[in-house]
Write a new protein. Sequence first.
Lengths: 93, 107
Amino acid sequence: MTGDRVERIRARLADAFTPVSLEIIDDSHKHAGHEGAKSGGGHFRVMLVANAFEGKSPLQRHRMIYAALGKELEGEIHALSIKAYTPGETSTG
Amino acid sequence: MEVMERIRTLVNENPVIIFMKGTPQFPMCGFSSRASQALKAAGASFAYVNVLEDADIYENLPKFADWPTYPQIYINGELIGGCDITLELYQKGELQKMVQATVPAKS
């Protein structure tokens, strides 16, 4: 079931950004039982490298990702940690 | 006061403010904890709102900000982001500059 969620997130992000690189890590198990996890939503980490982020501020990049995830965010995702880079930014570290 | 008005007043009257789950002393969420620690480490004196104790703000701040998650950090009335962006700014040394620029001159 958790695997499905990761696949759904992956599909939405891949559609929206045609990313150069996309990594999704499910950290839900680390948070089982804590106060914020009561709703059943998962904890995820996303590392996304895409040309679409060129010239965008960190705030704008996060908003683009939130927009692409849309409804997934409301129930399925309790917490999302985001790293969003352009291809140029990753090669320079 | 209407909740959107309350939020606007809070972000306008506090140069640095974090809307978080729990408090800086007793955070209820790892992201809120890390973000408030970064503010402290950057030398900010900041206000906070525990959104778990204010259902109106909890429900409406995401609409106000067009930002779906907590914590939310505002400097000079503007959303700078959540935990990830705040930590990134801190690691680059930019958060320190941003909060220093908000400190009102002592008379």
